[in-house]
Design a protein around this ligand. Structure first.
Ligand code: R5P
Length: 231
């Protein structure tokens, strides 16, 4: 296993330790979450009773494979704990997410959660967001217009593609990957993008994260928001 994958595994498995009996758990998406979901599956087989809400088709498939009972928002209105990955984490615990294209469902689940834990390898920690191109989910109709509007904000949006075709999200939409290099005011940028007709959601997750679990070659480090803010 590569060093980065090992770190993801460490962080992902550690996050599963915060899942307790009786919880409704939001299940994030991505390769780090694979390890969390697998570990939660082991806990379920040992007897804890939880219900998971998956943030992508891929996550739902892994959850089924590992025996985690699933639910949805027609049955539950509240999520006790959400665990998710991230593409970038800044010093305020603001995030860029959506590298795998699951940002909309992730944001719905993460914002409904009483607590949000982010698990990631140490390469995801950044001083300022923006080196990772910001994923913006847009409706396919007229996406060309949104692309031009975003370009006027100082980015060169790229329509995400897969196997030579436009990548389509679980919600039937497109993703524009927008490189801004450095995002000085994440909230302002998010609001500007969200005000454009046809933008469904941005990958900026602002003021949502309670705890970050970082996987390093030496083990895991847990960062708490309050402590982080004092530094
Ligand atoms: O859409 C994908 C999600 O936001 C992922 O949580 C994020 O891209 C991190 O993925 P990974 O754990 O594979 O680095």
């Amino acid at each position: 296993m590569e060093d980065k994958d090992f770190k993801k595994k460490l962080a992902g498995e550690k996050a599963a330790e915060f899942v307790k009996d009786g919880m409704v758990v939001g299940l994030g998406s991505g390769s780090t979450m694979y390890w969390t979901i697998k570990k939660i599956g082991e806990q379920v087989s040992e007897g804890i009773a939880i219900q998971g809400i998956p943030s992508s088709v891929q996550t739902a498939n892994w959850a089924k494979e590992f025996g985690i009972p699933l639910t949805d928002f027609s049955k539950v209105k509240q999520v006790d704990l959400a665990i998710d990955g991230a593409d970038e984490i800044d010093q305020n615990f603001d995030l860029i997410k959506g590298g795998g294209g699951s940002l909309v469902r992730e944001k719905i689940i993460d914002s409904a959660a009483g607590q949000l834990i982010i698990a990631a390898d140490d390469s995801k920690l950044v001083k300022a967001l923006g080196a990772f191109p910001l994923p913006v989910e847009v409706v396919p109709f007229g996406y060309e217009i949104i692309k031009e509007k975003i370009a006027r904000l100082g980015s060169e949006p790229v329509l995400r593609s897969q196997n030579g075709k436009a990548f389509v999200t679980d919600n039937g939409n497109y993703i524009l990957d927008c490189l801004f290099s450095e995002i000085t005011d994440p909230k302002k940028l998010h609001n500007l993008l969200k005000s454009m007709v046809g933008v469904v959601e941005t990958g900026l997750f602002i003021n949502m994260t309670d705890m970050v679990i970082i996987g390093k070659s030496t083990g895991t480090e847990i960062l708490h928001k309050s402590r982080q803010n004092k530094n």
